[in-house]
Design a protein around this ligand. Structure first.
Ligand code: FMN
Length: 191
């Protein structure tokens, strides 16, 4: 079993954002549990473990789409309201079989940015684990997705909030090519 797993470096390079192109196939509960357990091993200052996950699958996604659409309507009123975008928010949930709300429950013990950073570390763990298990994912963070109304539908009330959703599923085809600039330009060495 161990020998067939890719190395962490291979998984890091293979992970991609896949906006669309998922099979209409549920993800096994066992895999989701592995992914969420991997997320839980993320670091957090003072071990506050500020992440909260709200999983939508199957028909529950309809309620989520309705929350996105309502949040869109609350965010864009009057001339900014576009009916086709409202409809897209309703329907986007059918793109992938699993939608995980990325909740932040601040402990109040540390600056909020540290706990946002901890949740981001946990999301990356989840995403890498999903990649290693043959799944693809996408972190979406647009206004309707992080809106307080969507957060409430997820059971997250202030000061808790949503940092978006990671949606997951089996990719229908090969993952897109990744692209990065020159990493060496981001480094200052002080030997
Ligand atoms: C916190 C966060 C939020 C993101 N939100 C969005 C989003 O709302 N829409 C989008 O198109 N991509 C979003 N992305 C994905 C990035 O566009 C993507 O990671 C980047 O293009 C690199 O592609 P790769 O993940 O395939 O390497 C988000 C990524 C992060 C880390």
């Amino acid at each position: 079993m161990q020998a067939t797993l890719p190395s962490v470096f291979e998984v890091i390079r293979a992970r991609r954002s896949l906006a669309a192109g998922y099979l209409d196939k549920p993800v096994e509960r066992e895999k989701l549990e592995q992914i969420l357990e991997a997320a839980h091993w993320a670091p957090s200052h003072g071990r506050t473990e500020p992440w909260r996950w709200v999983v939508f699958e199957g028909e529950a996604r309809r309620r989520l789409g309705e929350a996105f659409a309502e949040s869109y309507a609350r965010s864009f009123s009057g001339p900014d309201f576009r009916p086709e975008r409202y409809k897209a928010q309703l329907e986007r949930v059918w793109e992938a079989p699993v939608w995980i709300g990325l909740g932040l429950e601040p402990s109040g013990r540390f600056p909020e940015w540290e706990e946002v950073a901890a949740v981001a570390c946990a999301v990356q763990n989840a995403w890498l684990a999903a990649t290693a298990l043959g799944l693809a994912g996408f972190w979406t963070s647009g206004r309707p997705v992080v809106h307080e109304h969507t957060a409430r539908v997820c059971g997250l009330t202030p000061p808790a909030r949503l940092l978006g959703f990671l949606y997951l599923g089996y990719p229908a085809g090969p993952l897109p090519q990744g692209a990065r600039g020159d990493w060496q330009r981001k480094v200052v060495w002080n030997p």
